[in-house]
Design a protein. Structure first.
Length: 307
């Protein structure tokens, strides 16, 4: 059995979601926060709330940061360390053009010089455990080659690789060949991430790459929050159980977001995101009804009708 990590998913896996998932379902060794960044010289209050240890009690969570240079990196790690964290994940994979075009996320992979500066700084913080989540490159799927040379020489707990380029976003062929090369050349514990949605996928990966440290799942867990639990228990749940799990998790989230989010329109949009990747589980008709619900009342009716 290989540990399962819950990928960071901006707009989905906030503190409320992570906490509730952990308490209700579990099966996850580690959750990562969506990336925290510097905006107008500070961390946004929304992001501070998300990583505040008070909101993550009992949840095995690692904060993730995104940065374009040593200055942003140094500011973020100091702030996060001051909150009491000892582990920080570095985002070198985000494909959102707004970030990547400014040299953050997968955009940093083309700048080995900046990564080298950051790597030197990491060596000056032996009290912190750093990990990296990355892609093959931004535009060029071979950018990882010089980057891995630097990272191999940097103290890291692990690297997570999503073997696509940033330009590919979340679709298109996965670079399995590049992943196999990375697997051979990486000196750190390696975690595979990308398109794992079924128990068979998990079993195939653990057999194909027996030295993997973990598997990281994102959209597969949003669609089927019990996937890691099913894997740990060695039992595939039925369709009814999957639906019931989604319903129960959704209800618990609704109860909490109703206190946090102001107004029906905002609550509707927040909750609707919960179903964004669930079409394979709930079916096309129900999925369309939820996505096109238009307002909170229609939305709640659509949820009631889920079978
Ligand atoms: C809506 C959305 C938001 C994401 N936010 C983040 C993020 O904040 N940090 C990050 O490292 N990756 C982020 N990702 C990428 C995921 O963590 C993951 O690498 C990607 O979805 C591929 O894994 P999957 O196929 O299991 O979903 C995001 C992906 C999506 C679809």
């Amino acid at each position: 059995m290989i540990p399962i990590h819950f990928a960071p998913l901006q707009g989905h896996t906030d503190d409320v979601y992570r906490r509730t998932h952990h308490q209700l379902i579990g099966g996850i060794e580690r959750y990562y926060t969506p990336f925290v960044r510097v905006e107008a010289g500070d961390i946004r209050s929304k992001d501070r709330r998300d990583i505040d240890p008070k909101n993550n009690v009992g949840v095995p969570v690692v904060p993730q940061i995104i940065f374009k240079n040593l200055k942003e990196f140094a500011y973020l790690i100091e702030e996060i360390q001051a909150m009491g964290y000892q582990a920080i994940d570095l985002n070198m994979g985000c494909p959102f053009p707004l970030q990547a075009k400014h040299g953050r996320g997968s955009g940093i992979l083309a700048h080995a010089d900046i990564i080298e500066e950051v790597a030197q700084n990491i060596k000056e913080h032996p009290q912190l455990a750093f990990s990296v989540k990355m892609r093959l490159g931004w535009e060029d799927g071979e950018e990882w080659i010089p980057v891995l040379k630097i990272l191999n020489d940097t103290p890291l707990t692990h690297i997570t690789l999503h073997p696509r380029t940033g330009m590919q976003q979340y679709k298109g062929d996965i670079g399995y060949e590049a992943f196999a090369r990375f697997y051979e050349e990486c000196h750190h514990p390696l975690i595979y991430n990308g398109d794992l949605t079924t128990l068979d996928d998990l079993h195939t990966m653990e057999k194909r790459y027996p030295r993997l440290a973990a598997l990281m799942l994102g959209r597969g867990l949003l669609a089927r929050p019990s996937l890691a639990r099913e894997y740990a228990d060695g039992r595939e749940w039925s369709h009814e159980e999957h639906l019931q799990c989604l319903r129960t998790l959704h209800q618990k989230l609704t109860d909490q977001y109703a206190h946090i989010v102001k107004g029906d329109a905002q609550l509707h949009s927040k909750l609707r995101a919960f179903w964004e990747y669930t079409e394979p589980i709930i079916g096309r008709k129900a999925y369309k009804k939820i996505m096109k619900s238009g307002n909170l009342r229609n939305y709640l009716n659509a949820i009631d009708e889920l079978r």
